[in-house]
Design a protein around this ligand. Sequence first.
Ligand SMILES: C[S@@+](CC[C@H](N)C(=O)[O-])C[C@H]1O[C@@H](n2cnc3c(N)ncnc32)[C@H](O)[C@@H]1O
Length: 333
Amino acid sequence: MGEMTPYLKFKSLLTGYRQYRLLEAAFDAGVFDIVGAGSVTAEALCGKVGWDVSFGSRALGALCVLGFLEETPQGFRLSRHGALFFGTGAPHPMAGTLVFEKRLFDAWELLGETLKTGERVYSATEKSEAEYKKDLAQYIEAMDEAARIRAEELWALVMPEKEAGRFVELGFGSGAYSLAFLDRHPGWSGSLADLDDVVGFFAEKKAHHPAFGRIGLSCVNLLEERWDLPGCEGADLLLLSNLVHCQGDDETLGIVRRAAALLAGGGTLVVHDFYRDRGEAGGLYDLHMMLNTYNGKAYTTGEMRAMVEAAGLVFAGDLSLPSGSCAVLARKM
Ligand SMILES: C[S@@+](CC[C@H](N)C(=O)[O-])C[C@H]1O[C@@H](n2cnc3c(N)ncnc32)[C@H](O)[C@@H]1O
């Protein structure tokens, strides 16, 4: 298919929620778990998920149109595209992402009011310890699903010049970027730092990973003006991935400055994120931060260049990734 006409682009934006609602209804009902195990007739499938056969068959047809399922003489099954994301053995499972996305709707309902108020309106309700832990696990799982895809994109473009070195990631989340880097570069060791609950979660979930033994972990609040991170000093490559959007200009500049101070001479800082001047993803991410954080924002690549230069580094270019994010690179001389 050629380029979308302006009207087609408008219309697909206008009705995008219909695709999402169908995907959500099918996911929530368990359709993908069932077709993931092999072809199944519409009658059997609808019976298992509790759908009316006549209406449910139409929904299954629509899932074929969207490209998630295909119909064979034996019934419905996952298409090649659908099998990337659903079913046992999917290389890029998206179940956590679908569960997490629902949590964002309430904040987006408040966009108009937020724009009028000029400050965050949405606030999460008070959580018990158990709810907080469950929400953190969901957040990290959703982040991990996206990060595992995007890490491959990043490290295919950003390659170290040395066989061995010290890799540092601050605000590592699920650790997907760090683990993917260390997988590719067995001569490197890693030092990772994040808030203590996130560090604990990583240590619990990823201890079995082959690169785990080459990683040192530290707990830190990156907003504090002084960091006690001796394990992160002398970094040959330091990654800030999807971290700078969590806070406003002054705090982010402080983080960039302190991160620059951790670099070894000749070391590289990689600031990977969604940038406002790099397509739709960055523009919408900026609003996502407006709605869901105290003062987070998506920066432009120009703003980030000014920050790395203010931190005494030499801007070394930027790289756009296929999934819409971008890496700003800077060197310590
Ligand atoms: C959006 S996640 C990104 C995780 C990972 N770098 C990635 O790209 O998938 C932001 C991470 O930064 C961490 N973070 C945010 N503010 C922080 C702070 N003040 N101190 C330490 N870590 C922080 C969060 O805990 C979270 O793990």
